[in-house]
Design a protein around this ligand. Sequence first.
Ligand code: AMP
Ligand code: MG
Length: 318
Amino acid sequence: MGTVWTVQVLAPADPAPRALFDTVQQALDLVVQQMSHWDEGSDLGRYNAAPAGSWLPLPEPFWTVLACALRVARLSGGAFDPAAGALVDAWGFASRNRHDQPGFVWPEPARLQRLLVSGPQAGWRGVRMDEATRRVWQPGGVRLDLAAVAKGFAVDLVSARLREAGWHHHLVEVGGELRGEGMKPDLQPWWVALEAPSDAGAPDPDAALLASLPVLALHGLAVATSGDHRRCLWHEGRRYAHTIDPRTGWPADHGLASVSVLHPECMVADAMSTAIMVMGLRQGLAFADDQGVAACLIQRDGVNLVAHLSAAMKAMCA
Ligand code: AMP
Ligand code: MG
């Protein structure tokens, strides 16, 4: 997944038993084997390389993640698009032609135009899932990229496997997406503070922003964050987010620094936070309120950052 993970567990022994590490690692390996776009041998890699007009059987976890991704694509009107892999590739955020490696080729507008996802059968609309046979349709040339949702799923899977194995109290984190279950030894829930995005050279976040950021008690709850400050591309003094708007072919650029979403399922929180990041403040807040999504959007306003909470987030904080 191109990232790191941490797991905190209330375990009976110190050092924690080997089985605990194995439980975590096996869950993460499964997600990578099925959904990694770094590994051409993954099930996702095989889908992307499949000839036009083929039906491919999908293992259950991949099925679950793709179904969630397509649902969020539909709800968000394509702002979230798991079939935007070719565009993500073009911007250097996948495994090939990386923006941070020598030889990166800046995408030409004409190329982006060709990759633009439009028309009734293009992008996510062309990816059909057959419930009866658990197979998925490759219309030809579709490159799936589940990076905006699979990390969240991995968090859910690790958490579920830990619970099944009897480790009921844990905080799981993969690449900044988190899920808390049970409690800490002091009977407190797993408290997680939302971070103020920081830019090199920018002033420290002001007290007003820090005071407005919620602190979350993750008790059977997950939080996922999308942002433009951790992973982005700098070109001629400008920042380009790794969140691409599949409707324009360009990185989202509405001044949103980050979007965090709270949800019982980290997979859903992950997909929703990316969708809102693509939409921008106004449309994103309206979408969150429409869908009852608990979201915290941090908007750049000159050199300042301002936090905006959706109605569901305000209600949860209250
Ligand atoms: P996240 O950090 O969860 O917002 O995921 C960002 C990653 O998702 C990017 O690095 C891309 O691999 C992929 N991605 C970029 N734009 C989109 C989009 N509009 N819809 C779905 N996935 C995207
Ligand atoms: Mg995401």
